[in-house]
Design a binder for this molecule. Structure first.
Ligand SMILES: C[S@@+](CC[C@H](N)C(=O)[O-])C[C@H]1O[C@@H](n2cnc3c(N)ncnc32)[C@H](O)[C@@H]1O
Length: 215
């Protein structure tokens, strides 16, 4: 996925990385800042999404579409699509520009509006990524969890950078018997939860051990 990135996609990623870095130092107001995941988190999300069981890839919090580009790589690699939700019209416009310029419109569906009103319409989610306002995480988690397929994954960003605001949510998920969860110290801290239920290997059977069947 990460080798030989299409030039148009690589160029838009680099442009958004530069805007995001500038935003963080030049006093750009919070609402206008892109507030993107760092590249290592993007790569991590792409690997998780590509390895997740069959089902849609869903993102809440598109901004200008930087993390969506990483998820689009996973979508291409695994033959699925990304549905991404963004509430601010100015961010929707930027994201549309990103997807057109990066050439990923065929694998990305951008939904405008508050995801809390819209995730109920989803089903069979293989991978979900939460990167929205922190106060919305508990409601979004509860709405998305029943929509995860068995073995489906949910990742939530900023759990270390916003440890105080997200602490109660993280504790609740870590103690939630409906999932297995862990905090991964990558980037700004990713809470990763898996809904149990799927067998570990395709077809539901373990591959034969090396040498099995030999006398
Ligand atoms: C941290 S930024 C997302 C950054 C993006 N994931 C990336 O890494 O490139 C959060 C975005 O979520 C959007 N947002 C916040 N709450 C939302 C909600 N309830 N539904 C949809 N979008 C939301 C904000 O407008 C903002 O653009």
């Amino acid at each position: 996925m990460f080798h030989d990135l299409p030039e148009a996609l690589r160029a838009r990623m680099a442009e958004l990385e530069a805007i995001d870095a500038r935003d963080r130092t030049d006093g750009t107001p919070h609402r206008r800042r892109l507030r993107q995941v760092p590249p290592e988190t993007g790569r991590f999300l792409a690997l998780l999404a590509a390895a997740a069981p069959a089902g849609a890839i869903v993102e809440v919090g598109t901004s200008a579409g930087y993390s969506t580009l990483w998820l689009a790589l996973a979508a291409r690699a695994s033959g699925r699509t990304v549905t991404t939700f963004e509430v601010l019209p100015e961010k929707v416009a930027l994201a549309r520009e990103t997807f057109a310029r990066a050439g990923v419109e065929d694998v990305v569906r951008l939904v405008e509006g508050d995801a809390r009103d819209r995730v109920a319409g989803l089903d069979a989610v293989g991978f979900a990524f939460l990167d929205a306002e922190k106060g919305a995480y508990p409601a979004l988690y509860e709405a998305l969890l029943p929509r995860l397929v068995p073995g489906g994954l949910l990742a939530a960003d900023n759990v270390l950078s916003h440890a105080e605001a997200l602490g109660p949510f993280v504790d609740r998920v870590l103690g939630d018997r409906r999932v297995d969860a862990v905090v991964v110290p990558i980037g700004k801290g990713v809470l990763l939860a898996r809904r149990p239920g799927a067998r570990a290997t395709a077809g539901g059977a373990e591959p034969p051990a090396a040498g099995a069947g030999k006398a």
